[in-house]
Design a binder for this molecule. Structure first.
Ligand SMILES: [Zn+2]
Length: 262
């Protein structure tokens, strides 16, 4: 059977959308966490059956666990190390414009945030270091006739929301601790380890995605939602594929939230 390129692309797209889409990956992980909470004593008589079912769910959940570990832990760590490594070779310069300065001032972040333009090839999109307040934009994002104010407003939103994010991280640590206590009291050590790890991944992903929505909202509050909406629409158009990920909500759902603000 010979498939045309369009047919192959169609299969690939549907496959991505239905089989490995973020929400589909999420389902076995949630079942895995839920199963782990079944009381060990209750299952004692059907121990082998339970372990067999659990192993089955675990192998399916690997479809989700692998991208979670890759996108939440491995890729960001490698990316960070590469950014640091290339940083010396590709110097950055400060980006100052009256509009950007006015936005920083309006958001009450004067002295707390600074925008830089970089040629660092690892930085392919706008990003920020919330600890230092430094925002990095790749050279190609700068067009003199149209300033990337919407993007900058989102990154400034991250810096402005650092307190809320820190509080949520602390709450997250407490929730993980409580969950660990609960699950270790109820099941065998191996299952509790898998459950705690999966639960942590789900929670970090939830907090990361929540943090993106918040940065959008803060950016839109000070710079208006229109700029971000048209930026996201352009990104959907350029990439043709738009799905939720472990770290970011889909662009369409971000647009939906922003439209509520208008
Ligand atoms: Zn962001």
């Amino acid at each position: 059977m010979n498939l045309s390129q369009t047919q192959i692309n169609w299969i690939k797209e549907k496959g991505r959308a239905f089989y490995v889409s973020f929400k589909m990956r999420l389902v076995p992980l949630l079942i895995l966490v839920g199963l782990s909470l079944i009381h060990a004593k209750w299952i004692a008589s059907k121990h082998q059956l339970f372990i067999t079912i659990y192993a089955g769910v675990f192998s399916v959940a690997l479809v989700g666990i692998v991208p979670f570990v890759k996108n939440l832990v491995a890729v960001p760590t490698i990316q960070l190390l590469r950014v640091i490594y290339y940083d010396r070779q590709y110097p950055k310069r400060e980006y100052n414009s009256p509009k950007v300065d006015a936005l920083i001032e309006k958001m009450d972040l004067k002295g707390k945030a600074q925008v830089y333009i970089t040629k660092n090839p690892v930085i392919t999109g706008p990003c920020c270091n919330v600890l230092t307040g430094k925002i990095f934009l790749p050279e190609k994002w700068i067009h003199p006739e149209q300033e990337p104010l919407a993007t900058i407003s989102h990154e400034l939103g991250h810096i402005k929301a650092i307190k809320e994010f820190n509080i949520e991280i602390i709450l997250g640590v407490i929730i993980v601790f409580e969950f660990t206590l609960l699950v270790t009291m109820r099941t065998i050590p191996l299952i509790s380890k898998i459950a705690v790890f999966t639960f942590e991944m789900l929670l970090i992903s939830y907090l990361a995605r929540r943090n993106e929505y918040r940065a959008d909202e803060i950016g839109a509050k000070y710079n208006g939602p229109e700029g971000l909406i048209s930026l996201f629409e352009k990104m959907i158009h350029d990439n043709s594929f738009d799905d939720d990920s472990e770290t970011h909500p889909s662009l369409r759902s971000r647009i939906k939230r922003l439209e509520k603000i208008i």
